[in-house]
Design a protein around this ligand. Structure first.
Ligand SMILES: *[C@@H]1O[C@H](CO)[C@@H](O)[C@H](O)[C@H]1NC(C)=O
Length: 119
């Protein structure tokens, strides 16, 4: 918490609201890109899913099937078709990646040596 996230992709393109770090919501992951309002609303109503990605599944499956714990820290770049107009991933994907990297660095820095165990 408290990590300052960037709001602008460049000098002329900014998010309408400040991005924020949210901890503990229910994310879902799959192996395909979801850009469909009806499907995202179904996932929310049925499973309480608040975010979607298409990368964590591979990492999580690889870690868990080899006996390693895993934490996924994800940056969201778009509203999966619940927005007005075009999907914003091409505009804000790099900003989301930058902000996610800041969060990962902040998370790793916050770990004390006592939290790191050997497998
Ligand atoms: C900012 O990014 C947008 C979207 O990629 C692009 O169209 C625009 O030219 C960029 N502006 C500058 C100043 O780089």
């Amino acid at each position: 918490q408290g990590i300052k996230l960037d709001q602008c992709a460049n000098s002329t393109l900014c998010l309408p609201e400040k991005p924020k770090l949210v901890v503990g919501l229910k994310g879902a992951t799959s192996n395909f890109f979801i850009d469909n309002a009806a499907y995202t609303q179904f996932l929310f109503k049925t499973f309480g899913v608040t975010s979607l990605d298409m990368e964590s599944s591979a990492v999580v499956m690889t870690c868990l099937s080899n006996g390693y714990p895993v934490i996924a820290i994800r940056g969201l770049s778009d509203l999966a078709r619940t927005q007005k107009g075009d999907n914003t991933i091409r505009l804000f994907g790099s900003l989301a990646a930058l902000n996610t990297a800041k969060v990962v660095i902040g998370f790793v820095k916050s770990l004390s040596i006592n939290h790191i165990s050997r497998f």
